[in-house]
Design a protein around this ligand. Structure first.
Ligand SMILES: Nc1ncnc2c1ncn2[C@@H]1O[C@H](COP(=O)(O)OP(=O)(O)OP(=O)(O)O)[C@@H](O)[C@H]1O
Ligand SMILES: [Mg+2]
Length: 283
């Protein structure tokens, strides 16, 4: 029978936590951490579309919303009304987005969207550990982790927890950037961070790369284009592709309908599908 999430922690403290973590992680074939140096470059958009795109291809997908201070995934995936429950063993049941797509987010643990989460590093670490150990993810082909910008506690915790678990598949990283110099500069830090943690770097995505004018069809380079590819070349990591600015992406995000789910043949959907295929190939 389902029970309230708040009752779970007491029960699990009696178990052998390390064994439980290993067991949970052994069911996850790939973990993809979506990172960026700067905020607002499209990590959550990429995470959501990556997850939905993978699920539509038949993969079993989990999404871990690792952005504790700005948990956007329930909204972006259209499951804001979801609730974390517990299974009969006291594990957390993720919220079902699709039959083969599940989500866990701190957004489900706070009372209101306007309530700020004020947690220090160790608390964040313990929540990340709970999300990896005490969630009944089942068998997953991919766990997509949406992260806050930068190289702080959340990416560090997730990477270390998985890396330190013997037998678990080490996580991979996708770095999202926009084409401006400042964003590119910061994305280099994300790549170096991933390198320092010995993550497999799947590559760099250049988002908001040009804008196709709906009137004349001509591409306008609002923030310049091509910096992501150049940064990838300089850093010796794969370049995954460019996603143009597309107003439908904003509408899709706001309505909780990731744009990849609506194949309208637009350049942004095509670009993202190509990125998705490359990620699957290289995972
Ligand atoms: N290619 C794009 N074209 C148009 N709008 C986009 C595109 N990519 C993302 N957006 C929009 O930009 C905004 C920021 O995107 P998103 O929330 O994915 O960024 P983020 O990197 O996750 O931000 P944060 O660092 O705050 O977590 C959203 O409103 C999203 O819909
Ligand atoms: Mg985000």
């Amino acid at each position: 029978m389902a029970q309230d999430f708040t009752q779970i922690q007491e029960q699990i403290s009696e178990e052998d936590k390390e064994t439980k973590l290993l067991k949970s992680l052994s069911g996850i074939k790939n973990t993809i951490m979506v990172m960026s140096g700067k905020g607002g470059v499209g990590k959550s958009t990429v995470s959501a579309n990556l997850a939905v795109g993978l699920a539509h291809k038949g993969y079993r997908v989990g999404v871990l919303d690792g952005d504790i201070h700005g948990p956007d995934m329930p909204k972006v995936l259209g499951v804001e009304d979801g609730k974390l429950m517990a299974d009969e063993n006291g594990n957390i049941l993720p919220v079902k987005v699709l039959e083969n797509l599940k989500l866990v987010s701190v957004g489900y643990l706070i009372d209101s969207q306007d309530t700020p989460v004020i947690w220090r590093g160790p608390m964040k670490h313990s929540v990340m550990k709970q999300f990896l150990r005490d969630v009944n993810w089942g068998e997953l082909d991919f766990l997509v982790v949406d992260l806050p910008p930068g190289t702080g506690d959340e990416p560090l915790s997730i990477a270390q927890i998985i890396k330190n678990a013997q037998g678990a598949v080490p996580p991979s990283a996708v770095v999202v950037t926009t084409p401006q110099d400042v964003a590119l500069l910061d994305s280099r830090k994300s790549v170096q961070f991933a390198r320092a943690l010995e993550l497999k770097i799947l590559g760099i995505v250049e988002n908001m790369s040009g804008f196709a004018c709906p009137h004349c069809g001509e591409t306008i380079d609002l923030f310049k284009i091509g910096g992501g590819r150049k940064a990838a070349e300089d850093l010796g990591v794969p370049f995954l592709g460019s996603i143009p600015i597309d107003p439908k992406i904003v509408t899709g995000t706001d309505e909780g309908k990731p744009f990849i789910a609506y194949d309208n043949g637009s350049g942004s959907v095509k670009a993202f599908k190509q990125i998705l295929d490359t990620i699957i190939e290289n995972s």
